[in-house]
Design a protein around this ligand. Structure first.
Ligand code: PMP
Length: 397
């Protein structure tokens, strides 16, 4: 009989020549356990997903309860489904008044696609501005927004009318003009290796969008849902988007995404044409129930309270001659080394020693650290000790 590893290579479409090939049989809290019973600290939360930890009891209960009631009953937007309604209400309660309408989808890319369509339809314009080094997803529209030529070049033609500006640079905002439907920006850039901008920049972005009538779409697929220490990353900067996009951590381990805007803006999907955006599984009841439980866990268990302290602890413990810089916004962190060739063996060694980290799509010399927000100080100390040992082992010091 073929092993799962062989079946993985034989029958699952591969996306790289060097997949990690770890095989987990269970995961709980910050730990994942492989088929040999070896435990790993998950320092990347399945890439920004398990913000409340793996199998958070509230999430598991919510899933169980919903499974006992019903699974899929109807496509998005027709039946009144209690898990969807409750989630949408709870999400809007965390947001400014203008964000009172939620469109639920299945993933980040899909949410970006919906948000782009919404902006085009609402403004009657077609031009979209995004940022260099941005990542917004892998579907055609989302890929068009992505700010890396490397990832796009083999898939042209992509969406016309998309231009890229420098993130964090007010001078670059001149590209936003009267023909612009939307400006799509990650509130904190993820795959660029954790880059943020100051409030002054954001105020200018907001102003420019208001002046030109472009909708400001904030992609918080990676940086939202508590990751940066606030529920929504835009709260750090004193601005309010026209459209907010979420996914990843939102589902507590289940697939779900959404874009949120005002009832007025969202209303355009109801006419010309009717059913302006359609999704069969958008806001699947089990995912919606899991998402509501995730949100409640973050808010009711005060998971955001300890984040600044935990962030500081990582900074205190990750000090080494080989480390060039540690950038962070809450528990969204990048530890920069000289090069990928130095970083990759450190990541591999850390995995051998029981800590899973990663690098970033557009910054392969930085180590990705984005643990479940529930990580304890003891677990941070343990994980950092292992990373430091991995650096020592690799650098021979
Ligand atoms: N936007 C950002 C900022 C992301 O980090 C991601 C996923 N890495 C996406 C969009 C796409 O999300 P998904 O993989 O769920 O389609």
């Amino acid at each position: 009989m073929l092993s799962n590893r062989q079946l993985f290579l034989n029958h699952l479409a591969q996306t790289s020549d060097a997949p990690l090939m770890l095989e987990m049989i269970s995961a709980e809290g910050v730990y994942m356990t492989d088929t040999d019973g070896k435990k790993y600290i998950d320092l990347i939360s399945g890439i920004g997903v398990s913000n409340v930890g793996h199998r958070h009891p509230r999430v598991v209960d919510a899933i169980r309860n919903q499974v006992d009631k019903h699974l899929h009953v109807m496509v998005y937007g027709e039946f009144v489904q209690s898990p969807q309604v409750k989630l949408a209400e709870a999400l809007t309660q965390t947001l400014p008044d203008n964000m009172d309408s939620v469109y639920l989808v299945n993933s980040g890319s899909e949410a970006i696609e919906g948000a782009m369509k919404l902006a085009k339809r609402y403004t009657g314009k077609a031009k979209i501005i995004a940022c260099k080094d941005a990542y917004h997803g892998s579907s055609h529209g989302a890929l068009s927004l992505t700010g890396s030529e490397d990832f796009k070049q083999s898939y042209r033609p992509l969406l016309p009318g998309v231009s890229h500006m420098d993130f964090g640079n007010t001078e670059s905002l001149d590209v936003i003009d009267e023909d612009t439907a939307a400006v799509v920006i990650e509130t904190v850039q993820g795959e660029a290796g954790v880059r943020d901008a100051d409030s002054d920049y954001w105020k200018e972005v907001e102003k420019k969008c208001k002046e030109t009538g472009a909708l400001l779409i904030l992609d918080e697929i990676q940086c939202g849902f508590g990751r940066t220490g606030k529920l929504w990353a835009f709260e750090h900067y004193g601005i309010v988007p026209d459209v907010l996009v979420s996914a990843k951590g939102m589902g507590g381990g289940m697939p779900i995404g959404c874009f949120i805007s005002s009832k007025e803006i969202m209303g355009v999907f109801t006419n010309n044409p009717v059913l302006g955006h359609i999704s069969t599984f958008g806001g699947h009841p089990v995912s919606s129930a899991a998402s509501l439980a995730t949100l409640q866990a973050i808010l009711e268990e005060n998971l955001l309270d300890g984040i600044a302290r935990k962030e500081q602890l990582f900074h205190d413990l990750l000090k080494h001659l080989m480390i060039k810089e540690v950038r962070s916004k809450g528990l969204m962190m990048a530890v920069e080394f000289e090069s990928y060739d130095i970083l990759k063996p450190i990541i591999d060694r850390a995995i051998e020693l029981g800590v899973v980290t990663d690098w970033f799509l557009f910054n392969d010399r930085s180590m990705r650290i984005a643990p479940p927000l529930i990580i304890t100080e003891e677990e941070i100390k343990k994980a950092c000790k292992i990373i430091m040992q991995a650096i020592d082992d690799v650098s021979g010091r």
